[in-house]
Design a protein around this ligand. Structure first.
Ligand SMILES: [Zn+2]
Ligand SMILES: [Zn+2]
Length: 199
């Protein structure tokens, strides 16, 4: 059963010329939450109940390999603000630059990746893959990171914060997000302590 035209690359009508620089899609100003997303086969469906803490566009080589594309777009959020509406994703341990790995949550059937847990905060936070949202344009990046390995043809918006590698959280995150992260710290510390005990 094919996807409706417009939803899949193979249905794009290559005869229609695209006018460069004439994009008509405005950047979102305010998004109403919740928003939903899921995998290709629709076994995994999830609901994001609030704005994320921060949205990373990561141009590192690891993200390029894992996505097969030019970058990864990750919306970082408290795990309990992502409600599971369908099948439980399977967690696939995947190597990472830190050496501590990440767990990528994938649909058990079609294997599309819907979010990741990184070693620094474990199951406490989810890095939701923005491209799996029903409306992926809802969460544009707040920062571009690891731009040193950006693919050369990728042009970044002139007003976006761009960092060769990583950035200082306190300098960039809005106060509400910093306060939300502060509230998570005891959970993150307990998680990290439990990891040390197990090691
Ligand atoms: Zn699926
Ligand atoms: Zn990356």
């Amino acid at each position: 059963m094919p996807f409706p035209p417009g939803n899949a690359c193979q249905f794009r009508n290559l005869a229609v010329p695209i006018t460069l620089g004439a994009t008509t899609q405005p950047m979102p100003t305010s998004i109403a939450f919740p928003i939903e997303g899921g995998c290709d086969c629709r076994a995994v469906r999830y609901r994001v109940t609030s704005a994320p803490l921060f949205v990373h566009c990561c141009h590192c080589r690891w993200c390029q390999r894992e996505s097969g594309s030019a970058f990864a777009l990750n919306a970082m959020i408290e795990s309990d603000r992502v409600v599971n509406l369908g099948a439980e994703p399977e967690l696939v341990h995947t190597p990472s630059d830190s050496g501590r790995g990440q767990k990528i949550a994938r649909c058990p059937t079609c294997k599309v990746a819907v979010w990741s847990h990184y070693a620094g905060s474990g199951p406490i936070t989810k890095f939701v893959r923005v491209g799996t949202l029903d409306n992926p344009g809802a969460l544009p990046p707040d920062v571009h990171i690891f731009a040193a390995s950006k693919q050369p043809w990728v042009m970044l918006p002139p007003n976006s914060p761009v960092f060769e590698e990583y950035y200082e959280r306190d300098a960039l995150w809005p106060p509400e997000s910093l306060a939300r992260r502060e509230a998570l710290l005891p959970l993150i510390e307990a998680y990290l302590a439990s990891q040390h005990t197990d090691a």
